[in-house]
Design a binder for this molecule. Structure first.
Ligand SMILES: [Zn+2]
Ligand SMILES: [Zn+2]
Length: 139
């Protein structure tokens, strides 16, 4: 089952509509995500077309050869991580206020997580090696 979910940045100049088919989200502990967002990046994955209102306010930072990170240029809210040349998005969980059945199911780059914090949730944990192996298998 899918329905339309609505997200917004802090100032409201950017709005997103995404028909998520499930509401499981993950946290990424990699250094880039933590440096970008002052903490692990919690995101909902979506494969497909997303609708963005206020596109002129969206800034994009090319954080690597394969991915970019989008944010609102007016208020700085982080919107999504996107694999270039695909419709594969990791959208910031907390911009969607109308999702009430969120499930925190996985943590990625767990081997990059500093030891000074840890989530108590029983999540599926993946290391960088696990992720690279999955990416290679998907090619
Ligand atoms: Zn904004
Ligand atoms: Zn990351």
């Amino acid at each position: 089952m899918s329905r339309q979910y609505h997200g917004s940045c802090l100032c409201g100049k950017v709005k997103l509509t995404v028909p998520f088919t499930d509401t499981q989200f993950s946290a990424c502990h990699c250094h880039t995500c933590r440096q970008w967002g002052a903490g692990p990046f919690m995101s909902l994955m979506y494969d497909g077309q997303i609708v963005v209102e206020g596109q002129e306010n969206v800034g994009v930072y090319h954080s690597s050869q394969w991915a970019e990170r989008a944010f609102c240029q007016a208020c700085g809210t982080h919107l999504y991580y996107h694999l270039k040349g695909t419709q594969h998005y990791y959208l910031s969980t907390w911009i969607f206020e109308d999702i009430n059945d969120l499930q925190f199911t996985s943590e990625v780059f767990i081997d990059k997580k500093p030891t000074c914090y840890a989530f108590a949730n029983p999540t599926h944990k993946l290391t960088e090696a696990d992720i690279l192996a999955m990416a290679a298998a998907n090619k």
